[in-house]
Write a protein that binds this ligand. Sequence first.
Ligand SMILES: Nc1nc2c(ncn2[C@@H]2O[C@H](COP(=O)(O)OP(=O)(O)O)[C@@H](O)[C@H]2O)c(=O)[nH]1
Ligand SMILES: [Mg+2]
Ligand SMILES: [Zn+2]
Length: 367
Amino acid sequence: MSFDFTALRAIGWPFEGLPQPGRWATAIADHPEGRPARVVEQHRSGYIVSEGSGQGFAVESLPDWQRPRLAPEARPAVGDWLLISGEAGHNARAVALLPRRSTIKRAVAGEHYGQQVIAANIDTVFIVCGLDGDFNPRRIERYLLLVRGGAQPVVVLTKADADGGLDGPNATEARALASELEAQGVPVFAINAKQRESVAMLHRWLGPGNTAVVVGSSGAGKSTLTNTLLGRQHMKTGAVRKNDARGRHTTTHRALITLPSGACLIDTPGMRELKPTGEEDLTETSFADLDTLADRCRFRDCQHQQEPGCALRAAVAAGRLDAARLDHYLKLHHEIAGAADRQLQQAETKAKGKPSKRRPGAARRRR
Ligand SMILES: Nc1nc2c(ncn2[C@@H]2O[C@H](COP(=O)(O)OP(=O)(O)O)[C@@H](O)[C@H]2O)c(=O)[nH]1
Ligand SMILES: [Mg+2]
Ligand SMILES: [Zn+2]
């Protein structure tokens, strides 16, 4: 096997050469006809991949990915690594999907339980939120919850330069959120996404071989940030409508681009719904402190409602915990448990009535 690792490295290949013994090495050995390529665009009709040199090109999907009943998360997403065969731009076809090292994913709305992978194999997730009318700490907490598998979340507050930015109505709340998140190891920056010097503080996460994804609601400044990092207008940006600070949906599909710094960046369209999949673990998120505090509740199964000796309610009463943050923590707990139940039911239906042995995520969850 001789792959062009220099070219692959330019699109975020995570190893110096061949992978260490493990699931990737096994998959590569199982498909001697295949060579690595990365999904750089995802369209309704299929996938565009890159081998790091030359243009991106379409690949024929695996027949398996076209099965209507296949779980959506079993299909490739932007950032995924495939093994492909055939000639680039001619008759290239996918032969395998390599295991994901990290993801950001959400539950898909609908009758059946399902997951949507927003981006795969990412090192960093830039959670972009405007300091204007877009500012919403609860949405930031939701994004943080959806980051899986060791990707580093970084919160980027845009429009720090605009009227009502750093000294506007959201400034106090933004500072409180920043100190909370930074205590949990999540860096927070307030920037002007249009200005090169201002976005330079993000370069720590954008070294050669790194992959970052930019998420946030429509109008938050994701494409503006992407363009500034790129040094040119690549993504269309949308003017914000005057009164509601919501942008037009100008980013219509996810795409991976390479930056001059040598990093890869994935821009995403805004998402209205950010529902947990049921696999999340609140002890691993910005709510870790509440989880630790809940250990001090008198009852092990405390629901943190009206029970005597509830450490969380006591902290709110003492002014040490924000009531809105506690409410959001409880709400997310409830949603995660609900999604885990739906996932379990789906698995049982698929197994035609055979109850599954393990409840997904249940081993880690206390409530
Ligand atoms: N003043 C200022 N405007 C910004 C900033 N970031 C984004 N904008 C503006 O906000 C609007 C929406 O930005 P866009 O990048 O399209 O948002 P997206 O939907 O998240 O991709 C555009 O008019 C941008 O020029 C910023 O940091 N400062
Ligand atoms: Mg955009
Ligand atoms: Zn309690």
